[in-house]
Design a protein around this ligand. Sequence first.
Ligand code: ADP
Ligand code: MG
Length: 347
Amino acid sequence: MSKITLGIIGSGQLGSMLCQAAQKLNVKTVVISDDEYGPAKNFSSKFIFTKYNDQKNIQEFIKIVDVVTYEFENIPIDILEQIDKEKKVLPNPNINKIVQNRRLEKTFVNDLGIQTTKWTFVEKKEDILNNKSLLPGILKTNTLGYDGHGQFVLNNLEDVKKNWCFTADFILEKKVNLKKEISVIITRYQNGTISTYEPIENVHENQILKHSKIPANINQKIYRECLDNTKKIADCLNYVGTMCVEYFLDGNDNILVNEIAPRVHNSGHLTINAFNISQFEGHIRAVCNLNMIEPIKVSNAEMINILGKEIENYKKKTFSENEFFFDYKKKEIKEKRKMGHLTILKK
Ligand code: ADP
Ligand code: MG
């Protein structure tokens, strides 16, 4: 029986699912969060509600855990670095520093010789005027974006004249004519071995993930290329844990990295039911240095995200034996908020 206590920063649905996977492996969890009612509270062995800059609580957290991981990337980097000085934080905070900053992230990927969308860093209006070829494009805040927050579509120069207040740094990305979106989830262990899941095909609505499915409808070449690129990215980051790379497939079958998630990922929820080992269990095994289990698919699957008020209908539904409903039990329903998901196993 393992005697490890794992600290998890963040208490959303990803944290909940990590706690449940840890339970199965007899790993104790201490969740630290600035959301008093975070869903992971229901599944953690211990829950610390705190502001992330409250030194007393951070110190208590550090004292009682053996190793630390996180469920979202927008954690103040100095806090991660402080914790890492006393208890190992995995994935390493340096990785988070790159990935929580779109400019550094895209530069890192491009430097590996891997394509992204065409992009430029934007501090002021002139930076857009000097990069007209990137229109129509999407202006994204350089940091702190998620689920489409902090994104603005710029169709033409007229849009630039609107009231953009350049109070934050942005990047401007050329809008891609999307043929498909794909994500690849892998788990990299402390000895450098990597276990992989097959590419997952994703459909977004209003910049939020709506559906994911396996198998992805892609050819062998694209399958191999996105798997190889994901492994290369993980190796070059010396990554430990489960991570995801989101890809765009454009009209010419170019495969472009959209972004790297240094954590378990929404598109991987179907791994809970469709594989012998979920992305969450893989993550716990890797960061706690337990032995690797190679994922084996038991079924094809589709996952549907349940947003906002949709959850009310799902709660009343009955499901067949190939359908798995997950209610995140969030205290408050908010429009477009991820409230739960449904996985349907398919032939
Ligand atoms: P977030 O950090 O909020 O997940 P993303 O950059 O992944 O932001 O964008 C969310 C979604 O918006 C993408 O999955 C895609 O559907 C759409 N999108 C983002 N950037 C582009 C782009 N350059 N061209 C076309 N669609 C895009
Ligand atoms: Mg994304």
